[in-house]
Design a protein around this ligand. Structure first.
Ligand SMILES: Cc1cc2nc3c(=O)[nH]c(=O)nc-3n(C[C@H](O)[C@H](O)[C@H](O)COP(=O)(O)OP(=O)(O)OC[C@H]3O[C@@H](n4cnc5c(N)ncnc54)[C@H](O)[C@@H]3O)c2cc1C
Length: 444
C-alpha cells in the first residue's frame, strides 16, 4: 500500500490521518510544532455547544499513537515536493530537539529542574516555561524539547561562557532518568515517496499591533482572543481565573471588539468566519466564571451562519445578558490611574460618537493562512491555497494529488475543517490505492 503525507497536524490534519490509517494506508504527519493539535489545543471550550475542546481533541490526538501506520514527524518542515500524483518525492527538514525521543518518556523531570525560565508560547506569554519543556500536558507525542535559543548549554551568555572552564549548565542531562539528552543532535533531511499530499497547515493570528489605536502591546489589559482563551482555561496561566494583567483583579466590565484586521480593506478584506461565535462563546464563559461581570460585544454585523449558531447567539443575549452594540471602535485610551480602558466608538445604529469604560478589552483578531510552503500549489490573492473548484471540488488544489483542508484553504471553524479533512482523505485514499495496485502486466 502506498502512503500519504499530511503537512500540518491540527484538527484537520489529525482527522485526515485517522481516516486514511483506518483504511490501512500509511500516513506521515509533518508538523513544525513539537506536538500535534494546532489551534484547537489552545481552546478552552468550543462553540456552539460549549464542549470542552481538549475532551474532544485529546482522544483524537491519542488515537494517532494507536495506529502503527501513522508516523509523526514533529519539529519538522517540508523543504521540497516534486513529482506527480501517485509518486511525489518529498524532502523534510527535521530540526533537532536535542532530546532522543526514542528514549524520552515524557516524565517532565528535566522541565522541573531546568534553571532557565522564558515566556510560555502555549499560554501566549502569560506564564513561563523552562528552556527544556513539553509543549503542553496533553501533548502528542509527549516528549521534551530544548529551546536552543534560551538553553544555557547550547547558547550560553557570552560573559558566562568566558568565565566558565568547561561546558555550562547540563542540569537536564544530569537529571534525565532515561539519559535522553543529546546536546549534539543535528538537523536531518528525510526523504519520502508518497502518492498524495494533504496540506493542513492552518492559520496564524493577525498581529493587532498593526492597529496601534487599539493599544494592544501598549496597554496591559488589552488581550487577543487567543490570550483570553488561555486565560479562561483551567490549564491556562491562572488555572482559569480571569484576572487583569495590571493588578490581578477580576474585571467587572469586559468588551470584545470584532473584525480586528478582518473585513478591513487596509488589512484583510475577508471575514475570518470564527470570531463572532468565538466572542459569543468567550463572553458566556466570562459570565460562567464571574457571574457579576458585564460583557459587551462591538460588532459590524453578526455572522451566525452555522448550525445552532443563531440559537447560541440568542442564548447569549437572553440567558447570559450579553450586550451587543453595532459599533465601529475608533480608538482605545488607557486611564493611567486605574489602567481601565476607554473605548471611543461610532454607534453605527444611531450614527453617533460615544465612549464607554471597561476594565478589560479582548480583540477578535483576523486569521491569516500558513501558506508559505515549498509546494507547487497556487495561492489566492489573500494568500489562502487556491482551490481547483470551490463549488464542485473544494478539497483539491490546482495540482493533481495535492489536497488542502482546514483554515489554510479559507477561514473556517472546526466542524468545517474536519468535514473537509474526511473528504480529502477519501480522495487521497483513491490515489494511494490506485498506485498500490499491481498493473495488469505484473498480474500476468
Ligand atoms: C481564539 C479562537 C477561538 C476559536 N474558537 C473556536 C470554537 O469554539 N469552535 C470552532 O469550531 N472553531 C474555533 N476556532 C477556529 C479553530 O481554531 C480552527 O477552525 C481550527 O483550528 C482549524 O484547524 P486547522 O487544522 O485547519 O489549523 P490549525 O489549528 O491552525 O493547525 C495547523 C497545524 O499546522 C502546523 N503547521 C503550520 N505551518 C506549518 C508548516 N509550514 N509545516 C508544518 N506544519 C505546519 C501547525 O503547527 C498546526 O499544528 C477558534 C479560533 C481562535 C483563534
Amino acid at each position: 500500500m502506498s502512503s500519504v503525507l499530511i503537512v500540518g497536524g491540527g484538527v484537520a490534519g489529525i482527522q485526515a490521518a485517522l481516516d486514511l490509517a483506518e483504511q490501512g494506508i500509511d500516513v506521515y504527519i509533518v508538523d513544525k510544532a513539537p506536538s500535534v493539535g494546532g489551534k484547537m489545543a489552545y481552546l478552552d471550550k468550543t462553540f456552539p455547544t460549549l464542549d470542552c475542546a481538549s475532551c474532544i481533541l485529546a482522544p483524537k490526538m491519542a488515537a494517532l499513537l494507536r495506529y502503527p501506520n501513522i508516523k509523526l514527524i514533529m519539529n519538522s518542515e517540508v523543504q521540497d515536493v516534486s513529482g506527480r500524483a501517485g509518486n511525489f518525492k518529498v524532502k523534510i527538514l527535521k530540526k533537532p530537539t536535542y532530546v532522543d525521543w526514542s528514549k524520552c518518556n515524557g516524565c517532565g523531570v528535566c522541565t522541573e529542574k531546568c534553571p532557565t525560565k522564558v515566556p510560555n508560547e502555549y499560554n501566549m506569554g502569560l506564564s513561563q516555561r523552562r528552556a527544556i519543556y513539553i509543549m503542553f500536558p496533553q501533548a502528542v507525542p509527549k516528549r521534551a524539547i530544548i529551546d536552543a535559543e534560551h538553553c544555557m548549554r547550547l547558547n550560553p551568555p557570552p560573559k558566562a561562557k568566558e568565565k566558565a572552564k568547561g561546558p555550562l549548565c547540563g542540569v537536564c542531562e544530569r537529571n534525565c532518568p532515561t539519559k535522553a539528552i543529546r546536546y549534539d543532535q543535528q538537523p536531518e533531511i528525510l526523504e519520502l515517496n508518497v502518492s498524495a499530499v494533504i496540506v493542513a497547515t492552518g492559520m496564524e493570528l493577525y498581529d493587532p499591533r498593526n492597529l496601534p489605536e487599539l493599544g494592544y502591546g501598549k496597554y496591559q489589559n488589552v488581550y487577543t482572543n487567543l490570550e483570553f482563551e488561555r486565560l479562561v482555561s483551567a490549564t491556562g496561566p491562572t488555572n482559569g481565573e480571569i484576572v487583569r494583567k495590571s493588578d490581578g483583579k477580576h474585571p467587572k466590565k469586559i468588551a470584545w471588539i470584532q473584525c480586528v484586521g478582518s473585513r478591513d480593506i487596509r488589512f484583510n478584506h475577508y471575514c475570518s468566519a470564527y470570531c463572532c461565535m468565538a466572542a459569543t462563546k468567550q463572553a458566556i464563559l466570562a459570565k460562567e466564571h464571574l457571574p457579576e461581570v458585564q460583557c459587551t460585544v462591538y460588532y459590524m454585523d453578526i455572522r451566525a451562519f452555522g448550525k445552532g449558531f443563531n440559537e447560541f447567539l440568542e442564548r447569549a443575549k437572553k440567558e447570559f445578558g450579553i450586550n451587543y452594540i453595532r459599533g465601529k471602535v475608533v480608538r482605545i485610551d488607557e486611564i493611567p490611574e486605574t489602567k481601565n480602558l476607554k473605548i471611543v466608538y461610532e454607534d453605527t445604529a444611531e450614527s453617533y460618537m460615544k465612549a464607554d469604560e471597561y476594565d478589560m478589552v479582548v480583540l477578535s483578531v483576523a486569521i491569516t493562512p500558513n501558506s508559505k510552503l515549498p509546494l507547487p500549489v497556487e495561492l489566492t490573492k489573500d494568500g489562502f491555497i487556491q482551490l481547483k473548484d470551490p463549488y464542485l471540488d473544494p478539497v483539491s488544489t490546482t495540482v493533481e494529488g495535492i489536497f488542502v483542508v482546514g483554515a489554510v484553504a479559507g477561514a473556517k471553524d472546526i466542524p468545517d475543517s474536519v468535514t473537509e479533512a474526511s473528504a480529502a482523505a477519501a480522495r487521497a485514499a483513491l490515489i494511494a490505492k490506485r498506485f498500490s495496485c499491481p498493473t495488469p502486466e505484473v498480474v500476468k
